[in-house]
Design a protein around this ligand. Structure first.
Ligand code: 8NA
Ligand code: MG
Ligand code: MG
Ligand code: MG
Length: 350
């Protein structure tokens, strides 16, 4: 059993890095059918043992995921001041890793206040509304892995780790949804064919609890975010098994491909589910690659959606499903394998 867990920890964190590295060159793009052929060839090359090229660099998604792992492995109890310092150190070292435009402000305030109240700066973002970006969701996978056998602790830690930078309900619930999806994938048997309907139903049930808990019993004050992710997951459910010419456009229109958590986390889950089967014009027999390649082919926030979809796919399939040439062509993958092993051993240590 621990052999399988080791493979799944590695698979998930490799998925997070590889989605980030391979998706980053396309971030912000609108993808045409011609571009999809380019992306097919791009992945063919990345899987080619003869292909020599510098590795694809990672971005903020991986930089922050690394810090979350360290937060989990280096302290016996969650220490959010420590996590804030790790985020800031990483950002100060390499500010040009493609961070969200507003996040630098949070980090500067943390630093200037000497990490006094690390949760305060994020609450001040966007006139007090907080960021609804996908920055919390994109780094949450290690928390799902580490706390997979303690669901309530997982949700609690994921919430607080997100709130260091993102306090908007859409960002927090999006991070929780991504976290739950990675956990469900980890718990699924990779030798059995996954049932997408069952997978979504379980997410729906869990998000219903989370979103209901948030509802003020006074109906007057109920707001759109009270059902937001349940409604999105209904769309994910309705898309299962569909295949027609304009489906990609439909997915982008209905689920989104943007930098907000709301327009990217359900999309990543959809990518994982759709890639359970063949996808037209994506020529590969490898489900892990299909997931990431498809996520990128939707355009928009390609690195982050591919990273989140990759973390889910890798948690389900395990390391064996990841092409070793693809690993070789991405930055920090070797290190991430060790990091995944550390995360698993840390579970037993404290
Ligand atoms: P963030 O907190 O800066 O949020 C991202 C962006 O979303 C902000 O800069 C705003 O433009 C917008 N935004 C968020 N909340 C609000 C709000 N309440 N009102 C109005 N606008 C809002 O950073 P983050 O960590 O959430 O960002 C993660 C994303 O940024 C990832 O995709 C990551 O890869 C990176 N990134 C994305 C792009 C892109 O073009 N897709 C480019 C560079 C970096
Ligand atoms: Mg990025
Ligand atoms: Mg159904
Ligand atoms: Mg991105």
């Amino acid at each position: 059993e621990s052999v399988l867990l080791k493979s799944k920890f590695r698979g998930s964190l490799l998925g997070a890095v590889i989605g980030d590295c391979t998706g980053a060159p396309f971030e912000g793009d609108t993808i045409t059918s011609g571009d999809k052929i380019v992306i097919q060839r791009y992945f063919d090359k990345l899987e080619d043992p003869e292909f020599k090229a510098p590795f694809k660099p990672y971005t903020d998604d991986t930089a922050m995921t690394k810090s979350v792992v360290k937060f989990l492995t280096d302290k016996p109890e969650p220490d959010y001041k420590f996590l804030a310092r790790l985020f800031v150190n990483e950002y100060m070292k390499e500010p040009r890793r493609g961070y969200g435009a507003a996040i630098g402000e949070v980090f500067n305030k943390m630093r200037l206040s000497k990490f006094d109240d690390v949760f305060k700066p994020a609450t001040e973002q966007f006139q007090g509304k907080g960021s609804y970006g996908n920055g919390g969701a994109m780094r949450v996978a290690p928390i799902a892995l580490y706390y997979h056998d303690n669901y309530d602790a997982m949700l609690g830690v994921a919430t607080k780790a997100t709130k260091l930078t993102h306090t908007n309900t859409f960002a927090i619930h999006g991070a929780l949804l991504q976290c739950i999806a990675v956990r469900e994938a980890l718990l699924a048997d990779p030798k059995k064919k996954l049932d997408p309907e069952e997978f979504v139903a379980s997410l729906q049930e869990k998000m219903k609890k989370i979103e209901n808990a948030n509802v003020d019993r006074d109906l007057e004050s109920s707001s759109p975010e009270d059902r937001a992710y349940q409604d999105k997951l209904k769309i994910v459910e309705d898309l299962i098994g569909k295949s027609y010419e304009d489906l990609d456009e439909e997915v982008i229109f209905q689920l989104g491909n943007g930098i907000s958590a709301y327009e990217s986390v359900p999309t990543a889950i959809h990518c994982f589910l759709r890639a359970q089967n063949d996808i037209a014009r994506i020529e590969t027999g490898n489900q892990f690659r299909r997931t990431i390649q498809y996520a990128i082919s939707l355009g928009g926030d390609t690195d982050t959606i591919a990273s989140m979809a990759g973390a889910i796919a890798g948690a389900y399939l395990g390391e064996e499903a990841v092409n070793s040439e693809l690993i070789r062509h991405c930055e920090f993958t070797q290190e991430m394998t060790e990091v995944a092993d550390n995360l698993l051993s840390a579970k037993g240590e404290f």
